[in-house]
Design a binder for this molecule. Structure first.
Ligand code: FAD
Length: 321
């Protein structure tokens, strides 16, 4: 068994989820006493590629090609599948990120591989069976899937595996693949938001607001708390529907799924569709003026009170800390 990990970048820089996924793939490789090979597609500086060695990659295949500068689902999947074949890799690991969710099934089809998307822990390889624990039903439950095919694809849920430094620098090799025109039928044009805010899917702390905040004029409090904590801001669906916040911040079944270490929900009722996007958060703090709000049932810590009174006190306390 040999392991290939897809090292995803954003505008030429590796994301935290990439280091997580490489650390995870290294652990899978260790389970099988094999080496870890990483593949990077796009323009990433050689020094940054070599850094993947720190997280366990022995070799990094660098695919730098003008046509592949921007993410193209089908083409990237072809490149990853070809690399897996060329390296004899039978386990392919990627992040269950926005692009990873598109790539995993495509790579699976190309390699006739079973796919475990949304994995949250290392595979159990006891005996003949290869099983993976994953999220199911939009994060409302966990499932264990058995991958019975020779090739296997695992897409790891962000923030579910610790970044582990286990090596040094990796050897970087150029890797080229003939791309087919048919791989470029649907081109995704990257939409880059010019913001220096913490990226929501990658955030370790998320401060999220609901209709209980009354209106966009009160969002400054949420942003101030998020700024102090180094957190990303998020919101419930009605808030983005009302135009108080951009749709890119909407979390839940129909929005983004997050799994931060800390999720602070302010003035959000805790409807099942919202919980679907946040239930794998490690610690949940709820601030709501209604003690019977459903969100309190899944909260680790709760404050019953008016958000507009609680938030200034919380901000003052964090500043003092
Ligand atoms: P509300 O339900 O209005 O709750 C506001 C909360 O704030 C209440 O609990 C209230 O007690 C509290 N509050 C009020 N004033 C204060 C105050 N001053 N201080 C503190 N607390 C206060 N929703 C999502 O979020 N994400 C989704 O992805 C999503 N997808 C959906 C998909 C479908 C098919 C459907 C039908 C619905 C979906 N929804 C989704 C909507 C979801 O059902 C809820 O309606 C929504 O999450 C409620 O948002 P909210 O909690 O901000 O507002």
């Amino acid at each position: 068994m040999s392991v290939l990990v897809y090292a995803e970048n954003a505008a030429g820089k590796f994301k935290k989820s990439t280091f997580e996924v490489v650390s995870y793939a290294k652990a899978v490789a260790d389970q099988n006493n094999t080496n870890l090979i990483a593949i990077s597609i796009g323009d990433v500086a050689a020094d940054d590629l070599a850094v993947l060695g720190k997280y366990g990659a022995e070799k990094v295949l660098n695919v730098s090609n003008d046509k592949l500068k921007n993410f193209v689902n089908q083409a990237y999947a072809s490149v990853i599948a070809e690399a897996a074949k060329a390296q004899g890799a039978d386990v392919i690991v990627l992040s269950n990120s926005f692009s990873g969710r598109g790539l995993a099934p495509r790579v699976g089809v190309k390699l006739q591989a079973g796919v475990a998307d949304g994995a949250v822990s290392l595979p159990d390889q006891n005996g003949e069976k290869f099983t993976v624990k994953k999220t199911a039903f939009s994060g409302k439950a966990f499932a264990t899937v058995e991958l019975t095919s020779a090739n296997k694809v695992i897409a790891l849920t962000p923030n579910s595996f610790k970044v582990v430094e286990s090596g040094n620098t990796a050897q970087v090799e150029d890797f080229s693949v003939e791309t087919k025109e048919s791989d470029f039928k649907a081109m995704l044009k990257d939409i880059v938001q010019s913001t220096d805010k913490v990226s929501l899917p990658d955030a370790e702390i998320v401060v999220s607001g609901g209709r209980g905040l009354k209106g966009p004029e009160n969002w400054g409090l949420l942003e101030e708390l998020a700024g102090l904590l180094g957190a990303a801001t998020a919101c419930s669906k009605p808030v983005s529907d009302a135009g108080w916040r951009p749709h890119s911040e909407h979390v839940g079944q129909t929005g983004i799924a997050v799994s931060p270490n800390l999720y602070i929900a302010v003035g959000i009722s805790g409807a099942i569709q919202h919980l679907a996007g946040i239930s794998s958060s490690k610690v949940i703090v709820v601030i709501n003026k209604d003690a019977d709000a459903p969100f309190f049932k899944v909260a680790d810590y709760g404050i019953v009170g008016d958000a507009l009174e609680v938030l200034p006190k919380l901000i003052a306390a964090v500043k003092e800390y």
